[in-house]
Write a protein that binds this ligand. Structure first.
Ligand code: FES
Length: 281
């Protein structure tokens, strides 16, 4: 168990693996603590409860867990898009991907559970769109807010470092996902990264990394993405964006300026947490 794991094995919560445990299922399990958790978190609303997901690992700072990965695909126009699960179950979108359950409940935290884009039935396009005011000069120069993020923008991904830390770890962009015509306060923030490390890891997954999931959730040419909401107090961190990050060991990682949490996008780990329910619609 990692040091940042807030759920000790003896709590019983860990026995719920693979995706979202629906209220009907939980009600039938005689583990007091688990039933109590479910009752407290999904008495109303949709799709809350104990959820397992893949995260970019939280390696330092006060954040309790990693940020949820968004599986990526590329369309025929070279646009990068997040894979949205294709079936709806217990109020969330769910699918099997790379031998694991991928659930949209992973995104239901930090207020995102109230955003229109996490509704499984939202009429939204899954292409990542450029965010306004990115912390990267290259993106400011080459993209307008709302432009699709396309693969050809990342051809220098092996050399790019943005002037912070070392090169060779990939080139990032700041995007929004499933948030067309949504007010700015309710857009889903996502970071996209094209990384040479991801290409290597797909071929030869390091110990502890699920290779099947990795290959299903990233592209052959090294694109990956995650929902970019710090699991501490919900700020928006960034990969290799802030000079001050070096003081906290975050210059080659995803660093949150609010309270110095650090996340490693090249360490993809399985985590669990209690997803918050979406409001009743
Ligand atoms: S470290 Fe506190 S919000 Fe990110």
């Amino acid at each position: 168990m990692s040091a940042d794991d807030k759920y000790p094995a003896e709590s019983g919560r860990r026995r719920f693996v693979k995706g979202v445990v629906g209220s009907a299922t939980l009600a039938g399990i005689g583990t007091g603590s688990a039933v109590a958790v479910n009752t407290a978190t999904s008495a109303s609303g949709a799709g809350g409860g104990i959820t397992q997901y893949f995260a970019i690992e939280n390696t330092d700072g006060p954040a309790p867990r990693g940020m949820p990965q968004v599986p990526v695909e590329k369309n025929s126009d070279g646009e990068l898009a997040g894979i949205w699960p294709d079936t709806v179950k217990d109020g969330v979108a769910v699918m099997e991907l790379g031998g694991s359950t991928y659930s949209s409940a992973a995104f239901q935290y930090c207020g995102v559970q109230t955003y229109p884009g996490v509704d499984p039935g939202a009429d939204q396009n899954n292409v990542f769109k450029a965010a306004a005011s990115p912390p990267y000069d290259w993106q400011e120069d080459e993209l307008e807010p709302g432009d699709p993020i396309t693969a050809d923008l990342f051809e220098d991904f092996e050399e790019w470092n943005g002037g912070i830390g070392k090169a060779g770890l990939g080139k990032p962009a700041m995007a929004n996902w499933r948030s067309e015509d949504v007010e700015p306060a309710s857009t889903i923030p996502v970071q996209v990264l094209r990384s040479p490390r991801i290409i290597e890891m797909r071929e030869d997954p390091p110990e502890g990394i699920d290779g099947d999931w990795l290959r299903a959730s990233t592209t052959e040419d090294g694109f990956m993405a995650w929902v970019d909401k710090c699991t501490h107090f919900c700020c928006v961190p960034a990969f290799k964006a802030y000079e001050g990050s070096a003081k906290f060991g975050g210059e080659d990682a995803v660093y949150c300026q609010c309270h110095q949490s650090v996340y490693d996008p090249h360490s993809i780990v399985r985590k669990s947490f209690v997803a918050l329910p979406r409001p009743e619609s």
